[in-house]
Structure formats: C-alpha cells, structure tokens
Design a protein around this ligand. Structure first.
Ligand code: MN3
Length: 240
C-alpha cells in the first residue's frame, strides 16, 4: 500500500451514526493493483455501541471481546479478500476460482452484515435492552404473529432449532409488508429473497459457549434481556 492510499484510508469518514439494516461500515476505494477491474469496497469493523462488559450477566465480557475483535473481524477480512479476488479475476479474465470466491464472498458477507446488525440491536439490560417493543413495531408484531408472546415463542424455537451454527432472524418482507421469522445456517444459507433482517440472534457456539456451554436455550432466554427494541423499531420503520 503506498502512502497516498494509506492517507486516503486514514482520513476517509467512517460509520454513520444511525444503523440502517441495509447499510454497513464501508467505503468505495480504487483497487490497489492494475490487474483488478472496478472499484473495491473497503469493509471495516463498525463501532461497538457499548463496552464489552455492558451486556453482563447475560453475555459475558470475554465472549463479547473475542466475538467482536476476532470473529467479526475475520468475516470482514474474508469479505475484503474475496471481493478483491473477484475483481482480480475480472481483470485477468480468469474465472477458474469463481465458485470458491463467490462462496467466500457470500459466507463472509453474510457474517459481516449479521454481526453489524447483532451489536446494534442489543443494549445493556434496563438501559435500552429488554422489556417489550413499543409503537409501530409492537403493533406490527401483534398484527403478523397474533401476540408478542407468540412471536417470542416462535423466534426462540427457531433460534434453538438451527442445525449446527447459524442465526435466528426476524425479517421484514417488503413484497407483502409483513414480518417473518427465519433461520440462517452459517451466515447465509436458508435466506429468503426479498426479506431483510431487522433482528437476529447469533447461535454459533462462539456466541455463548464460554458462559452457557452446550445450553443454547439458556442463552436464548437470557438474550431477550438485552434486545434493544428501539433499534429494531428503527430498522423496521426505515423500510415500511
Ligand atoms: Mn458470531
């Protein structure tokens, strides 16, 4: 990386204050090498809106720190790498590795998107986290699931039953303007086209194993205490 480019990256603005489900911490940058075709996006770790210990006792500080600085960071590095390799392939007209890098881009891109959402839709218990949704979100949940209780039970069951590593997700589906609950395996499989996540719980073991070991259901029960319904409501209202 030459010094001009380093200085460009260092001074470029980062992160919007308000998270929209469709926006990530990213900026377009010119490719570093002449072989690449088209601009690249430099994906970056978003700011964590609270300290590592802020979600205790429900999510412990060590898990938060490792999850954010190691796991999420690795997805960002993986996505940047995959997109750079795809640009190089275009430049060289060599698509012999297209399947590999396309899969890498989907896996790491899914990881970056969902973790960026995950941090944002949590807050310390009693200080923005926990309780029940209010306003339009509360009304929409009642309309689409019958009651908050019925929604919560379906969501917990879906998250608990994810096979292997993955996510429980609440999506807004624009085509019929309703909320649906889904699962994701890994970071991206089982996605439903046209549905955008507004709430999600990471049920990979790395999200809970240090504190809860194999007891995923206990982690899910505790997690409701740190859901930031105000932020979930903003994600919904941004799309309605
Ligand atoms: Mn994770």
């Amino acid at each position: 990386m030459n010094s001009n480019r380093r200085s460009f990256l260092g001074t470029a603005g980062i992160a919007t204050a308000v998270f929209a489900a469709s926006s990530l911490n990213a900026q377009a940058v010119p490719p570093e090498d002449k072989q690449s075709a088209g601009n690249l996006t430099k994906h970056e770790l978003p700011n964590l809106p609270y300290s590592y210990k802020a979600l205790e006792p429900h999510i412990d500080a060590q898990t938060m720190e490792i999850h954010y600085t190691k796991h999420h960071k690795a997805y960002i590095d993986g996505l940047n790498k995959a997109e750079a390799e795809l640009a190089k392939a275009r430049g060289a007209g060599d698509f012999s590795m297209i399947q590999h890098w396309s899969k890498q881009a989907a896996f790491h891109g899914g990881g970056h998107f969902l973790h960026s959402l995950f941090w944002r839709i949590m807050a310390p218990a009693g200080k923005g986290g926990g309780g029940e949704p209010q306003g339009k979100l509360a009304a929409k949940i009642k309309e689409d699931f019958g009651s908050f209780d019925a929604f919560k039970k379906q969501f917990s069951a879906a998250a608990g039953a994810v096979e292997g590593s993955g996510w429980g997700l609440l999506h807004y589906r624009a085509s019929d303007k309703r909320l649906i609950i889904g699962q994701a395996e890994n970071q991206h499989k089982l996605s439903s086209w046209g549905a955008t996540p507004i709430l999600g719980i990471d049920v990979w073991e790395h999200a809970y194993y240090l504190k809860y070991q194999n007891k995923r259901a206990d982690y899910i029960t505790a997690w409701w205490n740190v859901v930031n319904w105000g932020e979930v409501g903003k994600n919904l209202e941004g799309m309605m």
